[in-house]
Design a binder for this molecule. Structure first.
Ligand SMILES: Cc1ncc(COP(=O)(O)O)c(C=O)c1O
Length: 457
C-alpha cells in the first residue's frame, strides 16, 4: 500500500480550543502579539513546539505507575541509565529536568570568558547557556544551510573546513568542546550526515577537542541517514543512532523531543573527571544523582520513549507526515525551507512577506496572522529570536534567515488537522501583502522572544 498511516490508534482524547476570529483578535492584543503569552486553551492547533508536547504511549503511562520514587537508588533510575547507556554507549549518565539544565551544567564547567564553542548551529537555549558562562558560541553551518531554496540531503551539516580554519585561528586550547546539533533545529530541522559527524570528529581529534552531540532529535536524524546516506539503507535506525553516538564524547539531551516525554533530559559523557564535577553541580541545582530534576515516573517515561522512538514504522510515519505538510504548501506556492525537516516545516518569511523588512519582523507578522485567522500557534525564528543589537548604535543585526517554525508534536495531530493547517496558511499567503509590520515595545535582555511585547506598526 502507498498510504503511510499513523502506526497507532487513539485511546485518550483531549478537546481543542475553538474560538472566533474576533475573539482571537482580542486574545492576540492581550498577549501583546506574542504567541508565548497566549493561553493554551485558546489555541486550536498548537505548533509552537514539538518539545514536551508528544502523546505518550500506553506503555509510557503504565511505566509512570511503575515509577520508583525513592530518593536514592531508585529502580527507575537504573532502568533509565541502562537504556541510555545501551543507546549512546556513554559511561556516565546524569539525569536532568530538561535539555537546558544539561547545557547549564556543562557550560558552567567548561565555558567561561575567552572560550569558544563551535556548533553547526546553536539552539537558542544552548547559545544562551554558552553566552551566560562568558564563552562565545560560534555557528559553522555549511553554505547550503543559508539558502532556504536549496534542496540537499544533509543541510544540517557542519562546515568542517570552516571548523578547521576556526580552530587554527583561535587555537585548540580555547575550545573546550565542539557540538553538533542533530537534527539542526535552528537551521530548519535539517539532518546531519554520518560522514559529516565522522569528519568533524577527525578534525577535533587532531587538536584533542571533545565532540558533544546536542542529541534531542537523534532518532529523526538517524532515520534520515538511513533514507539518504549511502551504505545505511539496510542498517536499523538503532544501529545508526549508536554509530552517531560512537563518534562523540558526550551529549546533552532533552527527552521532550524524541523520547516522547513531557519533561526530562540527561547529560552523558565518557570523561569520568568531568562527570564527577557535573554531579557536584547536579546535587546543588537539580537533585540527587539518581533522579536529577525528575520524578521516578518521569525516568520511566523517558526510558520507555527512548525504546519506542527507534521503531521504524513510527519514524516512517513521522518523517512522512512532516513532508506531507511541506509538499502541500509547496504545491500552493508557499515559500518554505527546502527540503522539509524532521520535526517541523519552516516558512520562509522573507519570501512570504516581501514588503516587510527584517527590522519590522516579517516572521512575527505571519505568526500573528496564522493565529488570528485560523487559531494556529507557531513561532518566529528570525530577527525576534536571534536578532542582536549593535552595542553602540542599538541597530538591529538580523540573522541570515527569517523563518516561522511550524513544529509538529509527536503522535498528536491527525492528517485532517494538518489539512486544516495547510488551508489556513494558503489563505494567509494569498493576501500576504496585507500583513502588518511589528515593533517591540518591551524585551528581556536574554531569550527575549519568550516574553517580548509587540505592537503592529
Ligand atoms: C536542539 C535543541 N537543543 C536544546 C534544546 C533545549 O531543550 P529543553 O527545552 O528541554 O531545555 C532544544 C529545545 O527545543 C532544542 O531543540
Amino acid at each position: 500500500m502507498k498510504t503511510i498511516i499513523e502506526p497507532f490508534k487513539i485511546k485518550a482524547v483531549e478537546p481543542i480550543g475553538f474560538t472566533t476570529v474576533a475573539e482571537r483578535e482580542k486574545i492576540l492584543r492581550l498577549a501583546h502579539y506574542n504567541p508565548f503569552l497566549i493561553h493554551a486553551q485558546d489555541v486550536l492547533i498548537d505548533l509552537l513546539t514539538d518539545s514536551g508536547t508528544s502523546a505518550m504511549s500506553a506503555k509510557q503511562w503504565a511505566g509512570m505507575m511503575e515509577g520508583d520514587e525513592s530518593y536514592a537508588g531508585a529502580r527507575s533510575f537504573f532502568r533509565f541509565e541502562k537504556v541510555v547507556r545501551d543507546l549512546t554507549g556513554f559511561k556516565h549518565v546524569i539525569p536532568v529536568h530538561q535539555g537546558r539544565a544539561a547545557e547549564k551544567i556543562l557550560f558552567t564547567l567548561i565555558g567561561g570568558r575567552g572560550k569558544f564553542v563551535p556548533n553547526n548551529t546553536h539552539f537558542d537555549t544552548t547559545r544562551a547557556n554558552v553566552d551566560f558562562s562568558g564563552a562565545t558560541a560560534v555557528d559553522l553551518p555549511n553554505a547550503l544551510a543559508k539558502d532556504p531554496k536549496a534542496i540537499a540531503d544533509f543541510k544540517g551539516n557542519m562546515d568542517v573546513q570552516a571548523l578547521h580554519a576556526f580552530i587554527r585561528r583561535v587555537g585548540g586550547k580555547d575550545i573546550p568542546l565542539c557540538m553538533i546539533t542533530v537534527t539542526n533545529n535552528a537551521g530548519g530541522g535539517q539532518p546531519v550526515s554520518m560522514q559529516n559527524i565522522r569528519e568533524t570528529k577527525a578534525v577535533l581529534k587532531r587538536y584533542g577537542i571533545p565532540l558533544f552531540l546536542d542529541a534531542c532529535r537523534f532518532a529523526e536524524n538517524a532515520f534520515f541517514i538511513k533514507k539518504r546516506e549511502k551504505g545505511y539503507a539496510r542498517k536499523s535506525a538503532r544501529a545508526i543512532a549508536q554509530e552517531m553516538f560512537s563518534y562523540a564524547d558526550g551529549c546533552t539531551f532533552s527527552a521532550k523531543k524524541d523520547a516522547f516525554a513531557n519533561i526530562g533530559g540527561f547529560l552523558a559523557m565518557n570523561d569520568g573527571g568531568l562527570a564527577a564535577r557535573a554531579r557536584n553541580i547536579l546535587v546543588v541545582t537539580e537533585g540527587f544523582l539518581t533522579y536529577g530534576g525528575l520524578a521516578g515516573r518521569d525516568l520511566e517515561a523517558v526510558a520507555q520513549g527512548l525504546e519506542e522512538v527507534l521503531d521504524e514504522r513510527y519514524l516512517t510515519y513521522r518523517i512522512r507526515s512532516v513532508e506531507y505538510l511541506g509538499e502541500k504548501l509547496v504545491a500552493a506556492g508557499v515559500p518554505i525551507v527546502q527540503p522539509p525537516g524532521g520535526h517541523a516545516i519552516y516558512l520562509d518569511a522573507k519570501r512570504f512577506c516581501l514588503h516587510i523588512p527584517p527590522a519590522q519582523y516579517p516572521g512575527q507578522a505571519i505568526v500573528c496572522e496564522l493565529f488570528r485567522w485560523g487559531g494556529i500557534r507557531s513561532v518566529e525564528m528570525g530577527s525576534v529570536m536571534f536578532g542582536k543589537y549593535e552595542p553602540k548604535t542599538r541597530r538591529l543585526i538580523s540573522p541570515p534567515l527569517e523563518l516561522v517554525r511550524l513544529a509538529i508534536p509527536r503522535r498528536v495531530y491527525t492528517q485532517s488537522h494538518i489539512d486544516y493547517v495547510v488551508e489556513c496558511i494558503v489563505e494567509v499567503y494569498q493576501r500576504r501583502e496585507k500583513l502588518r509590520r511589528y515593533r517591540i515595545t518591551h524585551e528581556a535582555p536574554m531569550l527575549r522572544h519568550f516574553t517580548a511585547h509587540f505592537e503592529p506598526v
